[in-house]
Structures are given as C-alpha cells and as structure tokens.
Design a binder for this molecule. Structure first.
Ligand SMILES: [Zn+2]
Length: 271
C-alpha cells in the first residue's frame, strides 16, 4: 500500500511534468473508484492550468485555475507520466492529458483510489478538514505529541497510526519509528514520558524523511513505461524481520498481531 513517503515521492516525481501545463482532456475510463467520479469532472477540468501539485496526508492535490483535483492512491494505485498515445491497459482508470503531448495516467487494480473535484479551499473539504498535523511539519513536535498522548489508554503504536494525532504514519513506519525511539509498541500511549515523546516525534520524522530521500532515487520511474513507480525498498530495522537478529543488539526480532496489523520489535532495545 502506498504510504506517505510513496505519495510524497509521487508528488515530486510528477511535479516537473504537470506544473504549468494545460489540461487538454480528462478521460475517465472507470468511474467506479472508492467514490464514484463525478460525470461533470471532465468538462470542468478541460482547459484549466495546473498551477502546482502538493500533498496533504496521503491525498495529492493538483491546483488548477478554478479549484483542485484531489487524487488518492488507495491500496494499489499509481500515477505515471506517459505520452498521450500510450495504449491503455487493464486497470488504467483515468488519463489527464496535457498540452505537452503527455498525460498523467492513473492505474489501480483494486479501485480503492479516488478522484475528486474541489471548488473551495481544500483544507475545508470533508475528507481533509479534520486531519491531524503533518508529521514532517514543525507543529508536530515533542510537546504536541506528549500532550496528545496524555489521556490515551490505547497502545502507543495504534495511537500514532490512527490518524487522529498525526497523519501518514502507516504500519511499517510506526514499527520502525518505535524501534528507533526504543519504545515497545504495546505500551499504553499515556505512559510515555516527555523524553520518550520527544524521541518518538523525532524518530517518526527521521524514518519518513529517510524513506522519502531513498524514494528520490526512483523519481525517473514516474515517467515512461519502465520500472515500478512509487514503491521502494527502504532500510528497515525491524519490520518484516521476525526471528532475524536485531541490527543493534543481535536479539531475535519479535512479531505479534496488534490491532489486526503485524507489529515487529526488539525485546532488548525497546522498553
Ligand atoms: Zn535490539
């Protein structure tokens, strides 16, 4: 599943190819995505400039003259910049054709992705208005996290993953950040000291930042038909390593199911 770093990498990968272009045609081949695509969208989008592309949580926002197009990659979606003449394949659901002769093509086998038209301020859209802070922004810091965890009985891993405290910390990055911070995933959120909250806020920024950086090497994969866009292997210390030696102390990494998701941790390094 694309997580925040993959979405951020997608934004950076497509930005140079879509910014300042004019939409010549939006061809929607499959309207039945997670939410039905509005039949009015192609006529609305046609002729508008793409002024910028950015990200909020795991939503991509294309800023146009009269509003925004909002794309979510869902479970299996990807965006690609391809020549307009490129033959359509299975699961290619919409094409945003531009005056450059290139198009932004959306492919999504599971169809949990989405495409919305936003006329007003994106921050007020129903899917965005209640979102928690971005993990990489300054508002997400030790003080904020400590305060937010104070009354939560839920396990710390679930607290940072549920989207109410911070957006975009998926299962892989939650396990990795807790390892870096030396905190056991099953501990009650409210048991974290101020110092531990600081270590965790910092670890979340580090693991996401490193993943985005390693994704930078895949940017060229967003253009043309070669390579797999959006998914990259990143240095993982505990995730998916059950039974292997901890890279720090050599103790076998443990795994258990927590909130229906696989959790990995080192029983020595994490307290
Ligand atoms: Zn260890």
């Amino acid at each position: 599943m694309p997580e925040l770093p993959e979405v951020e990498t997608t934004v950076r990968g497509i930005a140079p190819h879509v910014t300042d272009r004019i939409i010549t045609r939006l061809a929607v081949h499959e309207r039945r995505l997670r939410w039905p695509v509005s039949p009015r969208l192609p006529a609305w989008a046609q002729g508008q400039h793409i002024r910028a592309v950015r990200r909020r949580a795991k939503y991509l926002l294309l800023e146009l003259d009269k509003g925004h197009l909002m794309v979510h990659l869902g479970m299996s979606g990807s965006l690609r910049v391809l020549p307009v003449s490129t033959a359509r394949e299975t699961h290619d659901h919409f094409d945003l054709e531009m005056d450059s002769g290139w198009m932004l093509r959306f492919n999504d086998p599971r169809r949990f992705g989405s495409l919305h038209q936003l006329s007003g301020d994106p921050a007020r859209h129903e899917l965005l208005r209640n979102l928690a802070p971005e993990p990489l922004e300054d508002a997400f810091d030790a003080e904020y996290l400590h305060k937010a965890l104070r009354n939560r009985r839920v396990a710390i891993k679930q607290a940072i993953m549920n989207g109410q405290l911070v957006v975009g910390v998926g299962n892989i990055y939650a396990s990795e950040a807790l390892f870096r911070a030396g905190i056991r995933p099953g501990r009650a959120a409210r048991s974290l000291s101020k110092a531990e909250s600081a270590a965790l806020a910092s670890a979340i920024k580090t693991v996401l930042g490193e993943a985005i950086e390693s994704g930078g090497t895949t940017l060229r994969n967003y253009v043309g038909a070669d390579g797999e866009p959006g998914y990259f292997k990143h240095q993982l210390y505990v995730y998916g390593r059950a039974g292997s030696s901890c890279v720090v102390c050599g103790t076998p990494v443990r795994q258990r199911v927590q909130g229906q998701r696989a959790t990995f941790w080192c029983p020595e390094c994490q307290r």
